[in-house]
Write a protein that binds this ligand. Structure first.
Ligand code: A3P
Length: 300
């Protein structure tokens, strides 16, 4: 994380301590966003953002493994360019102030960008320019659990009253960046788009070096076999948690919490698990994304 960005973030987190819980999030076009990180002027300015054909865009619903893939993509891009990894700043476009967005418009290509935005709210120019997008998904049960812990530990977000309350909000889509199921259904429509690659957290856990190989190929970055294996080795949960201690400080344990598949079993009641199974069946059964998510394997 760059020093000015980190101090701005720290100042904002200080500001959060004096905010009422209900002020920590607000709605923009019907969707909740975190006030501190993502004020309305950022979202407004994004509407006119100009994408480029060679932008490298990473998209993920919150807690699906975004920061993991940020680390992987930075390593891929650095290795392909023969450089060492530089910025640690999160590349989330909706966190960029209008001034930062101006700086970004002059940044050299290829730009590495990311977002948690619902696909219909991603600036239209990304689709018009056919910028490539890597989309990361995770099974909804582990996503909800990870989201709950993150909301508990992040001073910039409203603290959930309880797991049960948070679970209900997750199910109704009353969480920041909106409904998991709405995001999933919107990406299902683009799953065969040649500019879109969808990968799952669970696949990456089981096949990290293959994942690195596929992602590099998708973005046309040429890497040697040795570079691929090195990136995979340096991107395991333990390796990233360790190296984030310098860059993320106290937030390291928050971003790199447990890194496992199946922690939902320690949180979901039987009734919640059944309700999620029914919702998944109702909304996503039979879709290509559902097949990728392997719900029966990871969520039952
Ligand atoms: P848990 O809370 O289940 O541990 P995001 O970056 O989208 O906010 O996602 C955060 C989740 O990704 C957290 O899940 C975090 O631990 C996990 N994660 C981060 N880096 C990882 C890695 N290298 N391998 C596996 N999981 C990782």
């Amino acid at each position: 994380m760059s020093a000015p960005y980190r101090s701005r973030l720290q100042a904002r987190m200080e500001e959060a301590k004096h905010m009422k819980e209900e002020e920590k999030q607000y709605r923009y076009n019907g969707i909740l966003y975190p006030t501190i990180m993502c004020p309305p002027e950022n979202l407004k300015a994004l509407e006119s953002m100009e994408a480029r054909e060679d932008d490298v865009m990473l998209v993920a619903y919150p807690k699906c493994g975004f920061n993991w893939m940020v680390g992987v993509m930075r390593k891929i891009m650095a290795a392909a360019a023969g450089k060492t990894e530089e910025s640690k700043m999160p590349p989330i476009i909706e966190f960029f102030t209008p001034e930062m967005q101006k700086v970004l418009s002059e940044a050299p290509s290829p730009r590495f960008l990311g977002t948690h935005l619902h696909p219909t709210n991603i600036p239209g120019s990304f689709t018009a320019k056919k910028s490539k997008m890597l989309v990361v998904f995770r099974n909804p049960k582990d996503t909800a659990v990870s989201f709950y812990h993150f909301s508990n530990k992040n001073p910039g977000l409203p603290t959930p009253e309880s797991w049960d309350k948070f679970y209900s909000e997750f199910m109704s889509g009353d969480v920041i960046w909106g409904s998991y199921f709405d995001h999933a259904l919107a990406w299902e429509k683009r799953i065969n788009d040649p500019d879109v690659m969808i990968v799952t957290y669970e696949y990456l856990k089981e096949n990290l070096s293959e994942g690195v190989r596929q992602v590099s190929k998708f973005f046309n970055f040429t890497l040697s076999e040795e570079q691929i294996l090195t990136i995979a080795r340096d991107s395991t949960f333990n390796a990233m948690k360790e190296s984030s201690k310098g860059s993320h400080g106290q937030m390291s344990d928050v971003f790199f919490r447990k890194g496992e598949v199946g922690d939902w079993k320690n949180h979901f009641s039987e009734a919640q698990s059944k309700e999620m199974d029914d919702e998944f069946e109702k909304r996503l059964a039979g879709t290509k994304l559902a097949a990728k998510l392997k719900y029966n394997l990871y969520c039952k």
